[in-house]
Write a protein that binds this ligand. Structure first.
Ligand code: ZN
Length: 363
């Protein structure tokens, strides 16, 4: 067993710059660039808000992301569109990805304002698939995924109950217009190029204006929290962190002084510094996991989760933390640092590959 302690980063986080004060969640708008407005929509959860964007085109507004499907959000959109804008109509809706805080009102907005929804295929299909499964009993593969993780049965049942009673599942969206990586959306004077992110969701759309150095980053690039990257029962052998790191690499192409418009927290500059911090965060998780697994000899995903996240509260956090832990274990496994085996008690356990036990790792 190794006695080396986990590496704690001593690097000072490079300062990000926050040039604007965030709007209140009352329909106030902040213009972050000519014709680009920032509104903030409240959410009844720990993550208290989502940022949405309004882009002025020649003949009206394009909305980017919607907020959760609640009466309050619908009322706020009515207020913003009728009272706060310049009277020009809504022309289109873009959803960065399928998560309910981003696309929850897609069907309401497209119907209410008679506008098309732009989304990537992966996000649209995931939204439709999860919507059609809403309320259904857990599938045998889902039960197997949790059983193999080593999570105790009562705790798994609480996760399933929370999934079955999600109050924010959006109504069914019938149609969309497809966005692909490299597509260009021209909105008013500005050209927005689609940059696809993977890992947090299947095919997350970011929009980058190279001329104006603006990036609508969605959940791909948040200034102070790290986006959830998880393995799920759909794809238990997946390696979403590899996709996530590739996506971070794609965002390196943004100009240094790009103004990043993230879905949560505040608009910032410092894209490259933030990309570096995100990589470093995961490297610390890898080190911590490698040492934790080495110390125990053999370790289930559930045990690793308790080591990484000792203060989990409630089934939603269990769901995210387990998926995130398995994502890190999978990345280490694909990297040849860990190996895993399904044991006789039905639980998958991980161990450190002998040659990686005392090795200095360069991630
Ligand atoms: Zn998200």
């Amino acid at each position: 067993m190794t006695a080396t302690p986990p590496i704690i980063s001593t690097a000072q986080p490079a300062a990000l710059e926050y040039p604007f004060t965030a709007p209140q969640t009352d329909g106030s708008l902040v213009e972050v660039a000519p014709g680009v407005l920032w509104a903030r929509i409240g959410m009844p959860m720990a993550l208290s808000h989502i940022n949405v964007w309004l882009l002025r085109g020649d003949d009206g507004w394009t909305i980017v992301d919607t907020g959760l499907s609640t009466d309050e959000t619908r009322a706020l959109w009515e207020h913003i569109i009728t009272e706060r804008l310049d009277g020009a109509p809504v022309r289109a809706l873009v959803c960065t990805h399928f998560h309910y805080d981003h696309a929850g009102l897609a069907s309401w907005i497209t119907e209410r304002f008679g506008v098309p929804l732009y989304m990537s295929l992966g996000e649209f299909l995931m939204m439709r698939m999860l919507g059609s499964q809403n309320g259904s009993v857990p599938q045998p593969e889902e039960r197997e995924f949790y059983a193999r993780s080593g999570m105790p049965q009562e705790r798994v049942e609480r996760v399933f109950a929370a999934l079955q009673h999600d109050p924010f599942v959006p109504p069914r969206q019938a149609q969309f217009r497809r966005l692909r990586g490299g597509d260009v959306l021209t909105i008013g004077p500005r050209r927005w190029r689609v940059v696809i992110g993977e890992g947090h969701s299947p095919e997350h759309v970011c929009l980058y204006s190279a001329e104006d150095r603006l990036l609508i980053g969605g959940d791909q690039l948040l200034p102070r929290i790290t986006s959830n990257v998880m393995v799920t029962a759909f794809e238990p052998e997946g390696n979403p962190l590899a996709l996530w790191f590739e996506s971070l690499d794609r965002l390196e192409a943004c100009a240094e002084d790009t103004l990043v418009l993230p879905s949560h927290q505040s608009v910032f500059r410092g894209v490259h510094a933030r990309l570096g911090q995100l990589r470093e965060h995961h490297q610390q998780q890898f080190e911590q996991l490698r040492h934790l697994v080495a110390e125990r000899g053999r370790c289930s995903a559930f045990d690793a989760m308790l080591g990484l996240y000792p203060r989990l509260r409630g089934p939603e956090q269990d769901l995210l933390a387990l998926g995130e832990t398995v994502a890190h274990l999978s990345w280490l496994r694909h990297r040849g640092v860990l190996e895993h085996r399904l044991e006789a008690d039905g639980i998958i356990r991980y161990n450190v590959v002998q040659s990686a036990i005392d090795e200095e790792m360069h991630w």
